[in-house]
Design a protein around this ligand. Structure first.
Ligand code: SAH
Length: 342
């Protein structure tokens, strides 16, 4: 797929088609403006004919707009796979939340993305397409981009699709393209330890976000199967390493689930294991997913927990809820639209 290519790779591709080099730049720009092939006016028909199988195609099968200006799309690729992406409006700009896999195989008990397992990985270009789509509908272009931030927090586990996700990070932060700095990108993971080291060693500097959700392995195992593979202490060591390499503050996501991980002594244990680290705890009352019988804590309870953590010396915030009226939580929209076959 053409969006998988960097500008130098596109030059190579165009050269192999026997076309002049300047066509590569024209093609690259058309891709990043997310034009359909028939919308591109500066490329000859004969050239378009040669590239049409490699050119991207997609269908937006749902587009929901929330009262709070959050927008959510379900995007369908030619093989029928559907993923979700979300646009969030903040004071400083627009954030796009992208999916990295079709489905997910991590099996977290509270997450809708994993209900039907993993169908396949997304390619770098398919992840990029989600950003370019929103940049286009916001009226942005390459000089004046509207999307300012990206979070890899949609369907899928980014570090379970390492090669494509890191290629995407290179493409999206490249000066040739949409040029979104890695400082403005957050990658969220359930904690695949070796890949955290690899990300640091490969020179990436995105904000690392760990879906922790529990302060001890016993409890974590009851909600996140990956806890049977990697211990919290090993995740924290990997985070220290990532911090030492990048200087980037680590963020820990903690979804608040009534009667599971919100008791005083559990929150105290959370403060204990994070004490002294340069980090932020992001508290999110669980979004109830109808297929799962786990219930989110109230926002009032979330603020109490936030205060408790702060008193214990841990930076904490309560995540703003956005787009609740449009099935904002991971995987919900995709499941409703596509059933089991997406
Ligand atoms: N696989 C990655 C990224 C995807 S999910 C990860 O595990 O981090 C992004 C965040 O939303 C994760 O912290 C995930 O645990 C959380 N999440 C998933 N379902 C949720 C729900 N129903 N309510 C609240 N948070 C949820």
């Amino acid at each position: 797929m053409i969006l998988d290519l960097s500008l130098p790779e596109m030059e190579e591709y165009v050269k192999n088609l026997g076309e002049p080099k300047f066509r590569a730049k024209q093609l690259f720009e058309a891709c990043y403006l997310f034009k359909n092939l028939d919308e591109i006016s500066n490329l000859p028909k004969s050239f378009k004919e040669k590239i049409k199988d490699e050119y991207f195609s997609y269908e937006i099968v749902a587009h929901l707009k929330s009262k709070d200006e959050t927008e959510k799309i379900a995007i369908k690729f030619p093989d029928g796979s559907i993923v979700e992406s979300v646009l969030l409006k903040y004071k400083y700009g627009y954030t796009v939340c992208v999916s990295t896999q079709v489905g997910c195989r991590m099996g977290c008990k509270f997450c809708a993305s994993t209900l039907n397992g993993l169908k396949r990985n997304l390619s770098a270009g398919e992840i990029l397409a989600q950003v370019l789509y929103f940049n286009k509908i916001l009226g942005g272009n390459l000089k004046e981009r509207k999307v300012t931030n990206i979070v890899l927090m949609g369907c899928g586990e980014p570090l379970d699709n390492y090669e494509n996700v890191t290629k995407f990070l290179r493409l999206v932060s490249s000066e040739d393209g949409i040029n979104i700095s890695q400082r403005n990108i957050s990658l969220s993971t359930c904690g695949i330890v070796p890949q955290i080291y690899k990300l640091a060693d490969d020179g990436f500097s995105v904000t690392l976000t760990i879906s922790l959700h529990a302060p001890n392995d016993e409890l974590r195992k009851t909600i996140m199967p990956i806890a049977n593979v990697y211990k919290i202490q090993d995740i924290l060591k990997a985070c220290d390493y990532y911090f030492s390499k990048t200087g980037r503050r680590i963020c820990f996501e903690y979804s608040l689930i009534s009667n599971v991980n919100v008791k005083d002594e559990i929150i105290e244990q959370l403060a204990d294991i994070l004490k002294g680290k340069t980090c932020l705890v992001n508290l999110i009352p669980l979004n109830s997913v109808k297929e799962k019988n786990l219930v989110g804590a109230t926002r009032k309870n979330a603020y109490q927990i936030c205060e408790k953590l702060t008193k214990l010396g841990i930076n904490a915030t309560v995540r703003r809820t956005m787009g609740e009226d449009i099935e904002g939580a991971c995987g919900q929209l995709r499941n409703r639209i596509g059933g089991e076959n997406v």
